[in-house]
Design a protein around this ligand. Structure first.
Ligand code: ADP
Ligand code: MG
Length: 322
């Protein structure tokens, strides 16, 4: 362990950072922060917690962990179509070791700056197990949001990027996988440790898509949330879901692409009339957007492969208490 700092030195030296935007009235340092929601906007609020040994490994590098803790929350804003603006960071730590905290904070604030998100407060406390909670607030035009309950019969189902990479990296770590080429593991490990939240995509989808959700627990499980909330059914074309080309050769490939979590891509539904707009958006953002299914009347999810045969999965996704 390196040199430890005192709680208030930590707050003063590491957590009082740049304030973005005139709507941030008061940041870190008082009993509460003050923000002003502009007229014509709604405030979107989300929280996501990361606990050592449950969501990250004790030896995951602080250089990526700080950003990851923010990224998983940015992803929730992206899934609503909101623009992230303010963050609260609650941290429970065994010690205030600068050698660990400095790179952690550096990576957190580098990503915050990229998105012009101001850290406006939080709490710091001691605990044996490192635990972080970020509460994130964002803005979207009044009454516009990519709610899970808004999927419509006949909508296309789309997904951004590639799925299953983060879950495959985890499986490699747990199973000490020898057969996997190093470059494949590194590409997947990059997604697990440094996921990219699709914030710019979400903002653009606000006027294109009906419903959206970020894939944090597994595509099928997360899509089922949309179906349930919208009271609709769907057909999912398993072989249209993009994954890493190495994962696509595995006998249990669907377990990663359809049920693997932690990739933080977006699934969304949109009317067929938006196909051109979605293709253009994909090009503009240099981000693959793939058509993977259709919303139907009724309830339940049919998953079929390229030959039209039903696909069965041992699990639909991650459940903390399963
Ligand atoms: P209080 O005793 O009123 O709860 P604290 O001593 O916990 O205040 O915190 C002092 C200031 O530092 C507050 O503005 C609080 O929001 C901020 N702060 C404390 N911990 C963090 C943290 N981990 N991240 C961001 N701000 C923090
Ligand atoms: Mg406090």
């Amino acid at each position: 362990m390196g040199i430890c700092v005192k709680e208030f030195d930590f707050i003063d030296r590491y957590l009082k950072q740049e304030i973005y935007g005139a709507e941030t009235i008061l940041g870190v340092g008082d009993d509460a922060a003050i923000v002003r929601v502009p007229i014509g906007f709604d405030l979107h609020i989300s929280a996501d917690m990361l606990v050592e040994e449950h969501h990250f490994f004790g030896d995951d590098p602080p250089e990526t962990l700080g950003a990851r803790i923010l990224a998983v929350n940015l992803s929730d804003m992206a899934a609503m179509g909101a623009t992230p603006r303010w963050a609260l960071l609650c941290a429970a730590l065994p010690d205030l070791d600068e050698a660990w905290l400095a790179p952690f904070c550096h990576s957190f604030f580098a990503l915050a700056k990229q998105h012009q998100v101001t850290l406006i407060g939080g709490d710091t406390t001691k605990s044996e197990v490192r635990t972080f909670n970020v509460t994130l607030m964002g803005l979207a035009p009044k009454d516009l949001a990519l709610k899970r309950s808004n999927a419509k019969v006949g909508d296309d189902i789309w997904v951004s990027g590639r799925l299953g990479l983060a879950a495959f990296a985890l499986a490699c770590i747990w199973q000490n996988e020898q057969e996997v080429p190093a470059a494949v593991f590194l590409a997947c490990e990059q997604v697990r440790t440094a996921p990219v939240a699709r914030v710019a995509l979400g903002e653009k989808l606000l006027t294109i898509a009906h419903a959206a959700q970020d894939v944090s627990d597994g595509l099928v499980q997360d899509l089922l949330h949309i179906l349930k909330a919208s009271n609709v059914a769907a057909t999912l074309w398993a072989d249209c879901v993009p994954t890493h080309e190495f994962i696509a050769t595995l006998p249990n490939k669907y377990q990663y692409s359809l049920a693997g979590g932690d990739d933080y891509e977006l699934i969304f539904t949109a009317p067929k009339s938006q196909r051109d707009a979605i293709e253009k958006l994909s090009q503009a953002q240099a981000l693959p957007l793939s058509l993977i299914g259709v919303i139907n009347m009724g309830s339940g999810l049919d998953i079929i492969d390229a030959a039209g045969q039903p696909v069965s999965l041992p699990s639909f996704g991650f459940d903390h208490f399963a």
